[in-house]
Design a protein around this ligand. Structure first.
Ligand code: AMP
Ligand code: MG
Length: 414
């Protein structure tokens, strides 16, 4: 057998990295848009977001107590309290008209504005309130219990740098600074189409030879887990014209994904639709599962024609579509990978990278990878049970029990 060729068919195989870069070469980042903060969660900031104001925006009290001049209470002690004149109280949410003069105290709640003139807050627990005076039982140094304006962020500071993924605390920070929206890369809208005469809607009655359209749901989940928006495009029979129509006419999508019908069978609709040259490349990738793939551009939108077997769909999305969709959304983050030791042999075609479904568990401080079952690419339960994909490189026919492997974790959530 010639290296770089399929051992069963003799067909030349495209190395995985080359296939990936060919697919990625068609991918552009989506144009940024102004997104409401809630909508922007998980999206990438398109530009540096500068603070329009300082944060905190005003000096506030960290305690329920009295705003005072620290110098007035410097010598205070329980047997020698400092007596101050109460001159009012600060209300939450309204700026104070009050000023604290020498010998005066203004009641202030936690979070209330510390009035001008005061430089410290005495906690209420260290005071005794009498009708016309406040007795302070302990000294406070200047600045104590005052949350100083501008301590966190100064006006003009970068709160979120361009390229940062906006997560919970980022959104809260932007809101604190009085912003309601942010310029960010939107989520990619991913059109999902299934092909096959045998397919029926999941939940519909089954009959001999009929197959519920599982791939649409697998892909729906994959798209959500990538932080993108699934757009179901339904099913087409094995009819190239119908497939071409749905894919080219789909509206409101940034990228298209179909499953099934990319093999050489004469009824395979992707070949029938786009096989005669043009904008779609048909490749046989040196990977298992997921060998036949189609990459293209349809009406200016990237298109991925994935094979139909349910495990191939999951693995192909992971390997090709997920990085593309993340890149469209300005994200360069990759899946977490771990090193683990196989606890059973994994055998497969040595001319291909094998993605073996494994469960992980910890043992003696290390990670152990257990294959979840046989490697048939129709066996979706073996994927559902898996925590990750162990990568068995080209040139290895059998990775024996005890071999260290790289495992891509496929279950982490956005
Ligand atoms: P294909 O790539 O179209 O030759 O399909 C390969 C295998 O995957 C066949 O057994 C199909 O029935 C199955 N298959 C294709 N599409 C789907 C789908 N959407 N859901 C479940 N199985 C599918
Ligand atoms: Mg088919």
């Amino acid at each position: 057998m010639r290296p770089g060729h399929d051992h069963d068919t003799g067909a030349p195989l495209l190395p995985l990295d080359e296939a990936r870069s060919r697919a990625m070469s068609r991918i552009d980042r989506l144009p940024p848009t102004e997104l409401a903060l809630a909508e922007a969660h998980g999206c990438v900031a398109a530009e540096d977001v500068l603070a329009p104001i300082e944060l905190p925006p005003f000096s506030s009290s960290a305690m329920d107590g009295y705003a005072v001049r620290a110098a007035d209470v410097a010598g205070a002690a329980p047997d020698r309290p400092a007596a101050l004149r109460p001159v009012g109280a600060v209300q939450m949410g309204s700026p104070s008209e009050l000023e604290v003069g020498g010998g005066e105290a203004v009641a202030v709640p936690t979070g209330g504005v510390v009035p001008p003139g005061a430089d410290a807050v005495v906690p209420v627990e260290q005071t005794i309130r009498e009708a016309d005076r406040v007795l302070v039982l302990a000294p406070v140094p200047p600045g104590r219990y005052v949350r100083r304006a501008g301590q966190d962020v100064r006006a003009g500071d970068v709160m979120v740098p361009a390229g940062k993924r906006l997560l919970a605390a980022d959104l809260g920070l932007l809101a604190s600074a009085g912003l309601g929206s942010v310029r960010a890369i939107p989520r990619a809208r991913v059109g999902i189409l299934s092909t096959g005469d045998e397919l029926v809607e999941p939940g519909a009655p089954l009959g001999p030879g009929l197959v519920p359209d599982a791939n649409a749901l697998t892909l729906h989940g994959c798209v959500l887990e990538a932080g993108a928006v699934p757009v179901p495009l339904g099913r087409v029979p094995d009819d190239g014209a119908a497939l071409a129509r749905v894919l080219t006419e789909a509206e409101g999508v940034d990228v298209l994904v179909s499953s099934g019908g990319v093999s050489v069978g004469e009824r395979d609709p992707v070949k029938a639709a786009f096989g005669s040259g043009g904008e779609v490349d048909f490749v046989e990738v040196a990977m298992q599962p997921g060998k036949p793939q189609a990459f293209g551009t349809l009406g200016g939108r990237p298109y991925f024609g994935l094979p139909g077997n349910p495990v191939s769909v999951f693995v192909s999305f992971e390997v090709f579509v997920r990085p593309a969709v993340l890149s469209m959304m300005g994200r360069g983050d990759a899946r977490t990978e771990v090193r683990a030791t196989l606890d059973a042999d994994v055998t497969g075609p040595e001319e291909k990278v094998q993605f073996a479904r494994v469960r992980l568990h910890r043992s003696n401080g290390g990670l152990v990878a257990s294959p979840t079952g046989p490697r048939g690419s129709n066996l979706l339960a073996t994927m559902a049970r898996a925590d990750g994909l162990a990568v068995i490189p080209v040139g290895v026919a059998t990775a024996e029990a005890g071999t260290p492997v790289r495992v891509i974790l496929v279950r982490d959530q956005p």
